[in-house]
Design a protein around this ligand. Structure first.
Ligand code: COA
Length: 581
């Protein structure tokens, strides 16, 4: 039975997007209200009259009148009995072997309501944000779908927490303070330091001092071949990352967030944020096409398996700066010189790509110039992939992709995505950005002009299976990243026998497409719009980017999400004569 489901959420984050996709695909009518103020949430419920309220990601309690009037299901990233705002942080630092997700009914006790569904998963040595985007999201999806089914059946009721409680582990835990996260460089070994950073990635990071400056550390990777003499001292740099000695080895840090910085109080590549401290620090140059190694930091890495090239690009948060686009293009071109015929573009395990690097742009002296360079570097990369006729290219999306990152994938000959991946194939959310990456060529040829228009306008996320059904991508498979990678290799191997024919078809098609309209013209037309976005009179893109990078709290819910407000807004604007948002 389709239901009206209202999402009450702090932000429309990856988990909220995944649940939105899963529930709408099952026919439910889902509308979203961002948690801005109690009165606004109550108004949303009045307008939408939901059968059920779901809170995928909340940072504070649901107002009492709301949970008294409606069943409100809260997704808690912890096992039953666990309470508090830092569940995953504690689970990582305490070395839990198994963790879980609980869907509970909101009541007067924060995280203390009756349990509708739970799921557990084995813990992995990974960043908190990676666990959240993978294990937690998969477990939460299953648990929410079960809870919704139980609720719809009207026969099953939730279980009080004390009857589901895991007496050993499920307990209320306080917020995790920086004293707990703090690195003691003299005593902590590499594994402890990595666990502390993992427990704090991507928010709030671990506060530390480098060269007398306070910074939050993120994005840590153990180094197994180099080691320092003085724990904490910077001993090497590599592209974006710095290497610091530990008492038993060394750790790379890819990103830092300067504290109290006037210039950039947000995450930046470590070598950019700390540039003035690094003049005498040696560069550990990975080369143009670095072979993939474990036990070090690599954002671009290459491996060959069974004569097929796999190019990995694990850029933090999927953001791709000008330098990274240039390096990836050079690596791709180098890979095309290898004696292979198929190149699989792997992205990273958490993100395929989220397009141009908004934080780096925000930190630039001229954000407009940096935006321009970044989008041109992205376009150059797309063109190198599009014009490659020596190799069949496959985009294998292990993780989510947004904006230009989705269109980068479409530049490949085959596009595969993990079943749970969420794609946002649109740019408008970033201050009405027009977008480039040859999307005006790539999108309509895959989904047709009408669907292209709908996808771009709707600004909504789409799940990989639906994307495959639409023709946006070719196939979706694999229940988790490991399975997706195994199947990707099998499917890539299966292309080997046909690669000659497929390459002939590709060359013929490229020639005829080029004749119909040259790639250069698509690019020039897109960039004409982008130039206006970057340098024109309308500052929407710069304002939206500032809000995104500085994490400015939402003041209202965009109408493409708050469907319940569309009618109300229309009626109100008719009365006042105001325009539409
Ligand atoms: N540049 C810099 N940072 C980016 C980024 C980008 N293009 N895209 C995402 N990020 C960062 C976010 O700031 C966030 O950082 P945090 O670790 O400090 O929290 C992190 O990546 C995860 O992003 P978040 O928005 O929390 O992930 P999500 O899965 O909930 O949402 C998107 C995914 C793609 C919808 C959303 O990140 C987005 O809109 N990104 C911008 C896309 C864009 O407009 N790119 C530029 C045009 S090509």
């Amino acid at each position: 039975m389709p239901m009206r489901i209202l999402f009450l959420t702090h932000s429309f984050n990856s988990l909220a997007q995944r649940l939105y996709v899963e529930l709408t695909e099952r026919g439910h009518d889902v509308s979203v209200e961002l948690d801005i103020a109690d009165s606004v949430s109550l108004e949303a419920a009045r307008l939408f009259r939901p059968d059920l309220i779901i809170a995928p990601f909340l940072k504070r309690a649901i107002p009492e009148p709301l949970w008294r009037r409606h069943v409100c299901l809260v997704v808690h990233p912890g096992i039953p009995g666990d309470r508090g705002p830092a569940s995953l942080d504690w689970a990582i630092l305490d070395g839990e072997r198994e963790w879980g997700v609980t869907v509970l009914q909101a009541n007067a006790v924060m995280d203390g309501g009756d349990v509708w569904a739970t799921r557990t998963f084995p813990m992995r040595a990974a960043r908190k944000s990676s666990l959240y985007r993978n294990e937690v999201t998969e477990a939460a999806t299953e648990a929410v779908l079960e809870a919704v089914e139980k609720f719809a059946s009207r026969r099953l009721t939730p279980t009080p927490q004390d009857r589901t409680l895991d007496a050993q582990r499920g307990r209320a835990r306080p917020p995790m303070r920086q004293e707990t996260r703090r690195i003691d460089w003299a005593r902590d070994d590499t594994a402890t330091i990595i666990a502390k950073i993992h427990a704090s990635d991507g928010v709030p990071g671990v506060l530390d001092r480098i060269g007398g400056r306070e910074v939050h550390l993120f994005d840590a990777h153990a180094e197994t071949t180099l080691r320092g003499t003085e724990p904490g001292a910077i001993i090497a740099r590599r592209k974006e990352a710095i290497l610091r000695g530990t008492r038993d080895g060394a750790v790379w840090f890819g990103h830092v967030k300067p504290k109290d910085s006037q210039w950039a109080p947000f995450k930046l590549p470590a070598t950019l944020a700390l540039a003035d401290l690094l003049t005498d620090v040696p560069e550990s140059d990975p080369g143009v096409l670095p072979a993939k190694h474990v036990g070090t930091w690599q954002d671009v890495a290459y491996e060959e398996i069974d004569g097929i090239g796999y190019l990995h690009f694990d850029f933090y948060n999927g953001a791709m700066s000008t330098d990274q686009c240039v390096r990836l293009r050079e690596a791709f071109v180098a890979a095309t010189k290898r004696p292979t015929r198929i190149i699989v573009l792997m992205g990273g395990p958490d993100f395929w790509s989220n397009g141009i690097h908004l934080n780096r742009i925000e930190s630039a002296r001229s954000p407009a110039d940096e935006s321009w360079q970044n989008i041109n570097a992205m376009d150059d990369l797309c063109r190198a992939i599009l014009e490659c006729t020596t190799h069949l290219t496959v985009a294998a999306m292990q993780g989510n992709a947004g904006a230009g990152g989705v269109f980068l994938a479409l530049a490949a000959d085959r596009v595969w995505a993990r079943r749970g991946a969420i794609l946002n194939p649109h740019y408008k959310g970033m201050g009405n950005l027009y977008g480039s990456e040859y999307w005006t060529y790539l999108l309509p040829r895959r989904v047709g002009a009408d669907n292209a228009c709908t996808l771009m306008r709707s600004r909504l996320p789409i799940g990989a299976p639906r994307a495959a059904a639409l023709g946006l991508i070719d196939e979706s498979f694999g229940w988790d990243v490991a399975q997706f990678c195994v199947e990707t290799r099998e499917r890539a191997r299966a292309l080997v026998d046909r690669v000659g024919t497929l390459l002939d078809e590709k060359r013929t098609r490229r020639i005829s497409d080029e004749r119909a309209k040259p790639l250069a013209r698509y690019r020039a037309e897109e960039l004409e719009h982008m130039q206006l976005n970057f340098y024109g009179f309308d500052p929407s893109y710069h304002v939206a980017r500032y809000h995104f990078v500085h994490r400015v709290p939402h003041a209202w819910t965009p109408l493409h999400l708050a469907r319940h407000r569309r009618g109300a807004w229309r009626r109100q604007s008719e009365l006042t004569g105001a325009g539409t948002r």
